[in-house]
Design a protein around this ligand. Structure first.
Ligand SMILES: [Zn+2]
Ligand SMILES: [Zn+2]
Length: 428
């Protein structure tokens, strides 16, 4: 792959001088937008909404984009809180994914309002560059709800939102120590990505029969026992799973009166595995634990399966280009990618099975004790500094999108690598 610092090995459109000119357009466009966009992002931060209930975020972002003169498809692909904006003509199509959902009880503890800031900024930047340079190429800003727990992008992928898309980009804020433990000491500011675990989620309901626990327990069917049996079955299963595999669950509803045999228990279980193929195999064993618990206690069981988050396919050539861009424009230190599996999951994984994609991470200032999905990170993502770092990521993603649109040799390399990776993972 040609380095952007080596103008002899790349096309004129992606040489460093050319990229600097594009960067100026992108930064000017984001700079003009920053004050009004800050109000949009702050409104989302101040009104956190959970999966598929992001009505305020949806309406606020759509209105903002309409005010900028874009044609916005609200409630896109049949999803109430999704949206889509398409810009440009001909050429390749790059998707920029925006998230904006929050977590129950702790607000924006995953910083998805900052993802919205980055992706909107990137979209404004790259569309300005397309317009001013009169190039062929299209950009999709895809508003993706419900990244937490419900797999909004799985729904959007199934509905065809990524059909015809040639590549997808997004970036997620994290505490520096989540990139690598010594990120602060070593000045590491961003990371092009790693794989993540495939994930499935089940709502498991055991139905029994209530009765007096002391007077006539023999007439009852104990749904709480079923939940306990399921837990114990899974606790035993966990001894015989792959090192990366994770299974965890909670009881959402159950009996509250000790002298009554409970007739109903509702649990939520999550299982994760390195690939979607391995997860399918693991899920059969987990489902057997629920069935066995029902059989042992005489209960019936209802299992409702959620949307599968696939593992994330990493396209190294795309990560390398992102890192070159980031480092050249910021003087920052970026790790292009790491051969590891992040212990969490993201529904961007599903996008990476549709087209080559990059899910970058960037550090925002946090204390050493901060972790995502915690109030400490909610506080860290609400600062002015975090917002402006999100906008800077917008510039980096805009330039990455620009190269995907305009550098044919680079895109060819990205696509060829992804074709091999996706084939290798199809049955893994
Ligand atoms: Zn999260
Ligand atoms: Zn997140």
């Amino acid at each position: 792959m040609g380095s952007i610092a080596d103008s002899s090995s790349v096309s004129p459109q992606t040489g460093i001088d050319r990229l600097k000119a594009i960067q100026e357009i992108v930064e000017a466009s984001i700079g003009t937008a920053s004050t009004d966009l800050r109000k949009v992002i702050k409104h989302i931060y101040d009104n956190p909404e959970i999966a598929f209930e992001e009505y305020i975020a949806h309406d606020t972002i759509c209105k903002y984009l309409e005010d900028q003169g874009f044609q916005v498809t609200r409630k896109a692909y049949g999803v109430e809180t999704a949206f889509e904006v398409l810009y440009g003509k001909g050429g390749r199509l790059v998707s920029i994914n925006a998230e904006y959902d929050a977590l129950p009880g702790i607000g924006h503890g995953c910083g998805h309002h900052l993802i919205a800031a980055t992706s909107i900024a990137a979209f404004l930047g790259v569309t300005a560059a397309i317009k001013q340079n009169g190039i062929q190429g299209r950009v999709q800003l895809l508003g993706c709800p419900a990244e937490e727990n419900q797999g909004g992008k799985a729904v959007l992928c199934n509905a065809g939102a990524l059909k015809g898309v040639d590549a997808a980009v997004m970036a997620h804020p994290v505490p520096p120590q989540q990139i690598v433990p010594n990120a602060v000491e070593d000045g590491i500011t961003s990371f092009g990505g790693a794989s993540s675990l495939a994930m499935l989620r089940w709502v498991v309901e055991f139905h029994g029969k209530a009765t007096h626990a002391s007077a006539c327990p023999h007439l009852g069917i104990n749904a709480f026992d079923a939940a306990v049996a399921a837990y114990n079955n899974i606790a035993l299963l966990r001894q015989q799973t792959l090192p990366e595999e994770r299974i965890h669950g909670v009881v959402l509803e159950g009996p509250t009166v000790p002298n009554t045999i409970g007739h109903y228990t509702k649990c939520v279980w999550i299982a994760r595995s390195p690939t979607r193929g391995k997860l399918q195999a693991l899920s059969k064993r987990v489902l057997a634990c629920f069935e066995a618990a029902a059989t042992a206690t005489g209960c019936t069981v209802t299992v409702t399966e959620g949307n599968m988050y696939t593992d994330t396919l990493v396209t190294e050539s795309l990560c390398n280009r992102y890192a070159e861009i980031t480092d050249s424009i910021e003087g920052q230190k970026t790790i292009p990618f790491i051969h590891r599996i992040e212990p969490g999951s993201t529904d961007f994984g599903n996008v990476t099975y549709e087209c080559p994609g990059i899910h970058a991470y960037y550090a925002i200032p946090c204390s050493a004790e901060t972790s995502v999905h915690h109030q400490t990170f909610t506080a860290a993502t609400g600062t002015e500094e975090a917002y402006y770092l999100a906008l800077k990521q917008g510039t980096m993603l805009a330039l990455t999108a620009w190269d995907l649109l305009t550098d044919d040799a680079f895109y060819k390399e990205v696509k060829a690598e992804w074709d091999v990776t996706v084939k290798k993972h199809s049955f893994a």
